[in-house]
Design a binder for this molecule. Structure first.
Ligand code: BGC
Length: 781
C-alpha cells in the first residue's frame, strides 16, 4: 500500500515529494504517460533503478503457446502478450566519473509532478555524487495527444557547487532486460528479447531502430531527433548497434551554466507495411514533431487538455482526496482511450503489462461510459475496433456451435486468449456489453453514420449469438443456460439475471436498428422472421426471482446454495481465488464482484425501488469485492437505495484503488475500470444519472461529507453542467440547443436562458446492509 506521505493531495496534479524505491513500480504506473497509441511508464530518465521498464505501442504483442494439462475442443491454442517495445525515454548521465544513479551518492531533493492540466510529467532532482559533486537535473516529459506517434522529453542538467564534466547519452533501446515477474498469475509473463533487429541508424542528432517480433510478425520502429543547448564547446557523437542507438553529448559546465536537451521521439508499427514504408512512417512523424518543436508540442498538449477539461471536469467540494482522485482518473482514462483509434483499450491502458495487456469487458462497461459523455469520438473508434474483430468473433461462434459472433473474453487482436473457459468463453455477456456500449454511444451522439456502418452489424451479430445460445422452454420462456455472469465466483449458471437482461436489451436493440435501417440489415441477411424471433426471445426472457426471499436470483437456483463460511475465512485468505478451489467457490453463495447489482444499474428499468433495496441488501452480505470492478457499481446502487454513507465509502475505494494501491498490484499497471468507476460512482451514483431510451434522468443526492458536486456531460451536441449541493440541484446548459431532462421523474427543458434549479428531496432511511465480516469498505467519515 502506498502509505508514505510523499504523495501530496492537490486538485490538479499528482506530486511525489521524495523518491521511495519501495514504491517505485507503483509510481511508474501512476506517472505513466500515454495517448492510447504510445505509452511510456513513469520510469526514471536514466533508466535505472526501475520496477518495470515499459514502453508500449497499442496492439504490439507477441504470441505464446497456451499450454493445457488436458487438451479440449475449442481451447484457444495461442495466447498474446503485450511487449515492451523500444524505449525512447532513456537519457543516461555521467557526472565527472560517476553515473547518475540514485542508489548511490546522496539524493538531496527529488520531486515528480504529473500535471493533469498540462499533460506533462515534471521531475526535479538534486543529487550529490559519491565524489561530492552536486547537480540539479530537471526533465519534462510528454506523450502527445494531438500527434499520436510522438513523445518527447526536455532534459536539463546543471552543476550546483563546482565545475563538472557531463556526458549525456540519449538512447533508443530495444529488448531491455526485464525483471522476472513471478507470483500472481495475472501478472504478465515477461517475454525475453521479443524483437529481432532489422535496421539501426544514427547520424548527427538522429537515431532510428527497426525491429520485428518473432512470432506475431509485427514491424516496430522508433526514431528520435535532438536539439542541444549549452555553453560553447559541446561535443556530440552518435552510434548505433542492433538494439541501441545513441547520441552522446559532452560538455564542461560551470555553476550557473546548464546543458539542455530536447529529445523528440516517434513510433510506428505495422503488420503489413514493408521496412521502407515503416521507416518512412516514423521519419515523417518525427519531421512533423520537429517542425512543431518542443514548446509547440507543450502548447498543443495544453490546448487539447483545456478542451477536454471544459467538457469533462468534475468538481468535488468537501473531500480533497476524491477531488484529486477523480481528475487523476479522468486523465488516465483519457490517456487510455484518446488516440487508441481502432485498437483495443486494455484493462491497464498502456501503463503496465498486467493482464498481458489484454482488453476485457472492462472497456465497454466501465471505460466507454465515461468517454461517451466526455470524448465520444474515442468511443466510436473503440467500437469500430470491435467491429474490425468480427471475423474472429464469427469464427469463434461457429467453433462453439453458435450463430452470430462470440466476442473474446480477453484479447489484444480480437481472438480469444482466455485459457480458462468457465470464467472466459462462458462469460458471453461481453457480447451484450459491446452492444450496450454501441447503443449508449448512438443515443448520446445521434451519430447516424456510425449506427448504419457499425452499430447495426455489432447488434445483429451479437443478437444472433443470444438467439442460438438460448432456447424457449415448453411454456415459451426463453432461457440462457450454462453461462458465467460478471461474478467470477459462480460459473456456468442458468439464467444469470445480468446476462439475460443485457441480452434482452441486445435483442431488442438489434431488432430496432434493423427496422430503422432495413437496407443495411438486409446486407447482413436479416429478415422479418429473424427480428421477430429476437423480439420473442426478449419478451419471453426468464428472470429468476425467489418469492419467499423477495429477491432476484443471481442465476437460477443461486439462493438455494450453501452460504460461504465467511466467519471461518481469515482476512489473509482474500482474494478467495488465490486460497480456495474454484469448485468450492462455484457451489456456494459468495460473490466476487457486482453482478445482480450491476444489472440493477445498467437495467435500472427492470427493477422496482423495493426490489432494488432488497436485492442490494441480500447481495451485499455475500459480496467480497475481490475484483476492482465491484466498488463503483456498489456505490451506484447504494446511493440509489439511500445508503449514502456506504456509497461514499465505495466511491473512496474505487477512487483510491491505485493512488493507495488497494489491491497491491498497481505496479503492473493502473486499473482503468476502477478509475472510470470513480466517475461512474459520482455521476451515476451521487448524480443519479441514468440515460436509457433517449431520456436523461437525474436523481441527485450527496453524502454528508460532500458539500458540492459539479459535473459536465455532453449529449446530442449539448453540454450540460449539473451542480449539486445538499438541498439544491442546478442544471445549466453550457452549450447547444435546449434539452429536455428529468429530475426525480419531473421533466423540464434546460435552455440557454439560464440555469434551472430543483430541490433535492430528503433520503428515506433504511437499515444499513451488512457485508461479509471484514469486507466492509474503509470508512471515509
Ligand atoms: C474480473 C473481471 C475483469 C478482469 C479484468 C477480473 O478480476 O473479475 O470482471 O474483467 O479482472 O479487469
Amino acid at each position: 500500500m502506498i502509505t508514505h506521505t510523499s504523495y501530496a493531495v492537490e486538485p490538479w496534479c499528482l506530486r511525489e515529494t521524495e523518491l521511495n524505491l519501495d514504491v517505485l513500480p507503483q509510481s511508474e504506473s501512476m506517472f505513466a504517460l500515454s495517448n492510447g497509441h504510445v505509452g511510456w511508464r513513469g520510469n526514471l530518465d536514466e533508466g535505472e533503478p526501475h520496477g518495470l521498464p515499459g514502453s508500449y505501442l497499442n496492439g504490439v504483442h507477441e504470441l505464446r503457446p497456451l499450454p493445457y494439462a488436458e487438451a479440449g475442443y475449442g481451447y484457444p491454442e495461442s495466447g498474446q502478450t503485450v511487449i515492451n517495445v523500444t524505449n525512447g525515454k532513456v537519457i543516461r548521465l555521467l557526472v565527472d566519473d560517476e553515473p547518475f544513479d540514485l542508489r548511490y551518492g546522496r539524493l538531496r531533493f527529488h520531486e515528480r509532478l504529473l500535471d493533469l492540466r498540462a499533460g506533462v510529467l515534471h521531475r526535479t532532482c538534486e543529487w550529490t555524487s559519491p565524489a561530492g559533486r552536486t547537480i540539479r537535473v530537471r526533465s519534462t516529459r510528454l506523450v502527445s495527444f494531438p500527434q499520436r506517434a510522438v513523445a518527447g522529453i526536455a532534459y536539463e542538467v546543471e552543476p550546483l557547487d563546482a565545475k563538472i564534466r557531463v556526458v549525456v547519452q540519449s538512447e533508443l533501446v530495444t529488448n531491455e532486460q526485464l525483471p522476472h515477474l513471478a507470483g500472481d498469475p495475472r501478472v504478465a509473463a515477461a517475454l525475453e528479447s521479443p524483437l529481432l533487429p532489422e535496421e539501426d541508424y544514427a547520424e548527427g542528432t538522429r537515431l532510428r531502430l527497426i525491429h520485428v517480433t518473432k512470432e506475431s510478425d509485427l514491424r516496430v520502429a522508433a526514431a528520435a531527433d535532438h536539439t542541444v543547448h549549452g555553453p560553447k564547446g559541446i561535443q556530440t557523437s552518435s552510434e548505433s548497434s542492433p538494439d541501441v542507438s545513441r547520441l552522446t553529448i559532452t560538455s564542461v559546465l560551470e555553476p550557473g551554466q546548464a546543458l539542455r536537451l530536447e529529445k523528440l521521439v516517434s513510433y510506428g508499427w505495422s503488420a503489413v507495411r514493408s521496412l521502407p514504408a515503416v521507416r518512412d512512417q516514423v521519419d515523417a512523424a518525427l519531421a512533423g514533431a520537429v517542425s512543431t518543436g518542443w514548446s509547440g508540442l507543450v502548447d498543443q498538449q495544453r490546448e487539447y487538455l483545456d478542451d477536454f477539461w471544459t467538457r469533462a471536469d468534475v468538481e468535488v467540494d468537501g473531500d480533497a482526496e476524491i477531488q484529486q482522485a477523480v481528475r487523476f482518473a479522468l486523465f488516465h482514462v483519457l490517456q487510455a482511450g484518446a488516440r487508441a483509434e481502432r485498437r483495443a483499450i486494455p484493462a491497464k491502458g498502456l501503463t503496465g503489462s498486467g493482464y498481458d495487456g489484454h482488453s476485457f469487458w472492462d472497456t465497454e462497461t466501465f471505460v466507454l461510459p465515461l468517454l461517451t459523455y466526455t470524448s465520444p469520438e474515442s468511443v466510436a473508434e473503440a467500437l469500430r475496433w470491435r467491429q474490425s474483430t468480427l471475423p474472429a468473433a464469427r469464427d469463434r461462434a461457429r467453433q462453439l456451435g453458435q450463430k452470430g459472433a462470440a466476442f473474446p473474453w480477453r484479447t489484444i487482436d480480437g481472438s480469444e486468449c482466455s485459457a480458462y473457459w468457465p470464467a472466459g468463453t462462458a462469460a458471453f455477456h461481453v457480447n451484450a456489453d459491446v452492444s450496450d456500449a454501441a447503443v449508449r454511444y448512438v443515443s448520446c451522439t445521434g451519430d447516424e453514420e456510425f449506427e448504419r456502418e457499425t452499430a447495426v452489424e455489432l447488434l445483429v451479430e451479437t443478437a444472433r449469438l443470444w438467439r442460438s445460445l438460448g432456447h424457449h422452454d415448453h411454456r415459451g420462456r426463453f432461457h440462457i443456460d450454462g453461462v458465467t455472469g460478471p461474478d467470477e465466483y459462480s460459473a456456468i449458471g442458468d439464467d444469470n439475471v445480468y446476462t439475460n437482461l443485457m441480452a434482452q436489451s441486445n435483442l431488442r436493440a438489434a431488432a430496432n436498428v434493423s427496422e430503422r435501417h432495413p437496407d443495411v440489415a438486409a446486407t447482413l441477411g436479416v429478415d422479418d422472421e429473424e427480428t421477430a424471433a429476437w423480439r420473442d426471445a426478449a419478451d419471453a426472457m426468464s428472470i429468476p426471482f425467489n418469492d419467499t426471499l423477495g429477491v432476484h436470483e443471481q442465476s437460477s437456483g443461486f439462493t438455494g446454495h450453501q452460504v460461504w463460511d465467511f466467519a471461518g475465512t481469515r482476512p489473509d485468505q482474500y482474494p478467495l481465488m488465490l486460497h480456495f478451489p474454484y469448485f468450492d467457490l462455484y457451489r456456494k453463495q459468495v460473490v466476487k464482484q457486482a453482478d445482480l447489482v450491476l444489472a440493477m444499474f445498467l437495467r435500472s428499468d427492470a427493477f422496482d425501488e423495493e426490489q432494488k433495496a432488497r436485492n442490494f441488501a441480500y447481495y451485499e452480505a455475500l459480496t467480497v469485492r475481490d475484483s476492482s470492478l465491484s466498488a463503483c457499481c456498489q456505490a451506484v446502487i447504494a446511493a440509489e437505495v439511500g445508503h449514502l454513507r456506504l456509497a461514499y465509502d465505495y466511491l473512496g475505494e474505487a477512487a483510491l484503488m491505485d493512488l493507495k494501491d488497494l489491491e497491491n498490484n498497481t505496479r503492473d499497471g493502473l486499473h482503468m475500470a476502477s478509475l472510470a468507476g470513480t466517475w461512474v460512482a459520482l455521476v451515476a451514483g451521487f448524480g443519479g444519472m441514468r440515460h436509457r431510451n433517449g431520456t436523461l434522468d437525474f436523481a441527485p443526492k450527496l453524502p454528508e461529507k460532500l458539500s458540492r458536486l459539479a459535473f459536465r456531460v455532453s449529449v446530442l451536441r449539448r453540454r450540460l453542467c449539473v451542480e449539486i449541493t445538499d438541498s439544491v440541484a442546478t442544471y445549466t446548459l453550457d452549450q447547444g440547443a435546449p434539452i429536455e431532462i428529468r429530475h426525480y421523474g419531473e421533466a423540464f427543458t434546460v435552455t440557454d436562458k439560464g440555469p434551472v434549479t430543483r430541490q433535492v428531496p430528503p433520503v428515506a432511511a433504511r437499515p444499513e446492509p451488512q457485508q461479509p465480516p471484514g469486507r466492509r469498505p474503509g470508512h471515509r467519515h
